[in-house]
Design a protein around this ligand. Structure first.
Ligand SMILES: Nc1ncnc2c1ncn2[C@@H]1O[C@H](COP(=O)(O)OP(=O)(O)OP(=O)(O)O)[C@@H](O)[C@H]1O
Ligand SMILES: [Mg+2]
Length: 435
């Protein structure tokens, strides 16, 4: 805050004196109109550290030490050629799966691994995205590799793999993988994704082995990978695990992802270590708020933290959302329970539009009816038969609405015959909506 509220000292910039003068004049003009808006000399909105938003890196990655340690072990074991299961992170919307996946990616990069990431989409084959991601991974490794011909050889296989995309084959697409070596023949180009992916992964892993590192392929929204591709992916991972190939597939997705994987290959449970991430406990949620605030010289009263935990319920997205608005509206440090009370309605309004509303709007009227019926039945997973009862319909007539809600990622089947929201507090949001 000192920058805006305190009298501005002459800017001391290591650059030229001239640019320093220009800078201070610029800030001098800005300061006056901003000061009354900020109204505080300690809780400065410009320095607000909280980051509500999909995949937004939180200022403090709280409560995820166990998962980080587990991934550290995975990296170390794979690098040593030890048999190891890869990791799949699952959880509800907004619990921090993407953020954790990105952190895993940074950890792999720190170990000089090659990395690539895709976000799966329903109805889209993973062939092209996987090709692009592995291209990125190899580009990271290539400058350190002593045998450029090995890299070119792999790129030739990668290009052949990418060009077997059904869209490209039909001539409906002029997409080119941007690889300027000729496509090779006879490897990873059969058109059968299971065979091709296996060969591609084995070759990529062997390039990484040359360097004594590994390759990590990250797949976000993994529950959206089409069924045939999931099966191919599991088969390729299975092959790699048998040969201790140094390539791992690390996934993230909604809570039903393990059942999507095991429906496709029964051995998938032995391929992946599932890490279910959830709400933060009280200590972690407090840390997520306090640690970034401390960096800026701002504190919370214990009662403010009580009120924030009650409001956010430990869900990381909500922790960031309530923390952000509370900071913006608090007149001074420490932030008090009264500040939380004043700011909560604004945070709720932002969540209603950005977090809940944007998802609700993706649903058709029939799907909305289905979700409203679910919401009336409570916040726990509910039997699909009860939803049908509540709507006075036959369960089979509701299958299309239910299936398309699952496809849209708004609900998931917690177990056979049961259904639940993927979005925390969504039932509460719906109950407050006019039907
Ligand atoms: N461990 C954490 N501590 C504090 N904040 C976190 C943590 N993890 C995630 N967040 C915050 O939560 C929000 C949601 O994170 P993210 O987008 O990774 O969730 P997600 O599980 O991928 O959600 P979705 O299923 O909608 O893709 C972000 O604003 C992020 O900054
Ligand atoms: Mg995500």
């Amino acid at each position: 805050m000192a920058l805006l509220a305190a009298p501005i000292p002459p800017t001391r910039c290591p650059g030229t004196r001239r640019s320093a003068t220009r800078r201070s004049a610029f800030y001098g003009n800005l300061r006056r109109p901003l000061y009354p808006v900020i109204k505080s000399d300690s809780v400065d909105p410009v320095r607000n550290p909280y980051a509500p938003g999909a995949g937004q890196r939180p200022p403090e990655l709280a409560g995820r030490d166990r998962e980080l340690q587990q991934f550290e072990v995975v990296l170390e074991r794979v690098a040593r050629g030890r048999p190891e299961r890869s990791m799949v992170v699952t959880g509800l919307r907004g619990v921090g799966k993407t953020v954790l996946l990105n952190t895993f990616k940074s950890m792999a990069i720190q170990r000089l691994w090659g990395t690539g990431k895709i976000e799966a989409r329903p109805d889209q084959s993973i062939r092209r995205p996987v090709a692009a991601a592995l291209h990125m991974a190899i580009r990271e490794l290539a400058p350190r590799h002593r045998g450029p011909e090995r890299i070119d050889e792999f790129l030739g296989v990668l290009k052949a793999f990418a060009m077997r995309d059904p869209g490209a084959a039909k001539g409906t697409s002029h997409w080119s993988p941007g690889i300027d070596v000729p496509a090779s023949r006879g490897r990873a180009d059969s058109g059968d994704l299971e065979i091709d992916l296996t060969e591609l992964f084995v070759d990529a892993a062997s390039v990484a082995t040359d360097l004594g590192v590994g390759i990590a392929l990250f797949i976000d929204e993994m529950q959206d990978v089409p069924a045939l591709d999931v099966s191919a992916l599991c088969a390729a991972c299975h092959e790699l695990s048998q040969t201790s190939g140094r390539l791992i597939v690390v996934g993230a997705g909604l809570p039903h992802l393990p059942s999507v994987l095991s429906a496709s290959k029964s051995y998938s449970e032995r391929l992946f270590r599932y890490a279910r991430i959830d709400r933060l406990d009280r200590e972690a949620a407090d840390l997520a708020l306090i640690a970034p605030a401390q960096e800026e010289g701002v504190a919370f009263t214990p009662e403010a933290l009580d009120a924030l935990y009650e409001a956010a319920d430990g869900y990381p997205y909500f922790v960031q959302a309530y923390g952000k608005v509370a900071w913006d509206l608090a007149p001074r440090s420490p932030i008090t329970a009264e500040d939380i009370k004043v700011s909560a309605p604004e945070a709720e309004e932002e969540l209603a539009v950005g977090f809940f509303g944007s998802r609700y709007e993706r649903a058709t009227p029939a799907e909305r009816d289905y979700m409203h019926a679910m919401a009336q039945l409570g916040d726990e997973p509910v039997p699909t038969a009860d939803v049908a009862d509540a709507l006075g319909r036959k369960p089979s007539s509701l299958s299309p609405a239910r299936d398309s809600l699952i496809k849209k990622g708004l609900i998931y089947s917690a177990e056979r015959g049961q259904i639940a929201f993927t979005v925390p507090h969504f039932g509460r949001f719906l109950r407050a909506q006019p039907i």
